[in-house]
Ligand binder design. Sequence first.
Ligand code: G3D
Ligand code: MG
Length: 184
Amino acid sequence: MNHTYSFKILLLGDPAVGKTSLIHRFIQNSFNSDYKATIGVDIMSKTLQINEVTVKLSLWDIAGQDKFRLFRNVFYRGASAAIIVFDLTRISSFNNLNNWVNELHMYVNVKIPFIIIGNKLDLDYMRNVEREAALKYSEGLRSPYLETSAKTGKGVNECFTAISRQLLKEALTSTRHFENTIYS
Ligand code: G3D
Ligand code: MG
């Protein structure tokens, strides 16, 4: 039997850290966008093959900060995982990670996996957050930490593949109900 798993993945993080750029870089040609202006989110999808299993990712991106604030509950509902992004050149976006983690825990009442991403690695000479500090922070949350550049593409596939593999592993080994898991 061939299973298709469908996961809802949230992109979180301060404005301008590169959330939209990361999704666009990952999706590249297979671009499929569903912009919901009414609730301030953009949903893009991409299908991956992982070990002969089909994984459909719906990537939920915050498009309008004001509307997002009003419709947070819709955004977070039924999420399978989150990618929490900061900008390596802007320490305030790193210091704000806690707010995003707390908000995720507040709106999603089951424990879902998340990954911390330090983006804009191509601007390494302007780096304001040391890799060690970010690793230490992520380890404290038991979360993987990766660095990416949406500009050059470095680390981008690895980021989305890592979270997909983690979700797939959970889906295959646990009996936890995945609201967004479709078995076909
Ligand atoms: P957001 O969706 O988190 O708000 P965006 O962020 O994807 O809109 O990116 C914000 C700005 O950062 C954009 O620049 C974008 O080009 C830039 N950016 C995103 N990722 C990277 C990266 O990896 N490296 C570099 N150098 N820049 C990046 P503009 O100038 O269009 O505002
Ligand atoms: Mg954006």
